[in-house]
Ligand binder design. Structure first.
Ligand SMILES: [Zn+2]
Length: 172
């Protein structure tokens, strides 16, 4: 069996592994690339070994994604939140950001997930929608477009900015 075939077989087996909580049929390009890297480095991981590897990856992504998302929200930076990860034995914990569990494997997936969670919490706390489309004064929604996490305006619809790069962003 070639390594390409073995990789494909591993992916198809993952849907039966309860340690793998992403949907195998809906893996994006970036997620597949991450899995390819795991396969190249550690071979065929299953069960708790796989779970630990995925959680470490998610945790690293979540920290970076959270900083980007927070830069799009005024005041939210004062929350001083940090992702947490619990890796119990067996490794059934998860990566949690401000109370929201993260499931993505690719960085952009994680970015969109965290943006949706932080936006919901922001609306709850400050009673206003953020970020806004400056043209339409409408609240934006995080979404994935061409493999990249962006803020979408419902009018059109059209893409306003990449997540972490809105006009009011603290890190342009
Ligand atoms: Zn708009």
């Amino acid at each position: 069996m070639t390594s390409g075939e073995e990789f494909a077989q591993w992916i198809s087996l993952l849907c039966e592994d309860e340690a793998f909580d992403a949907e195998v049929d809906r893996l994006g390009k970036e997620a597949v690339a991450e899995l390819r890297r795991i396969y190249a480095e550690d071979g065929l991981l299953f069960g708790d070994d796989l779970r630990r590897r995925l959680l470490a990856l998610r945790f690293a992504h979540a920290g970076r994604a959270l900083r980007l998302v927070l830069s799009d929200f005024p005041h939210a930076v004062d929350w001083h939140i940090a992702p947490t990860v619990s890796m119990g034995e067996p490794a059934r914990g998860g990566v949690v950001v401000h109370g929201w569990e993260v499931f993505g494997i690719g960085f952009q997936d994680t970015l969109v997930e965290i943006a949706a969670g932080i936006q919901a919490d922001y609306i709850d706390e400050f009673w206003r929608v953020w970020p806004l489309c400056s043209g339409h004064r409408l609240g934006l929604k995080p979404d994935m477009r061409n493999g990249v996490g962006v803020w979408m305006c419902g009018s059109g619809p059209h893409e306003v900015a990449r997540i972490g790069k809105t006009e009011g962003s603290r890190r342009r």
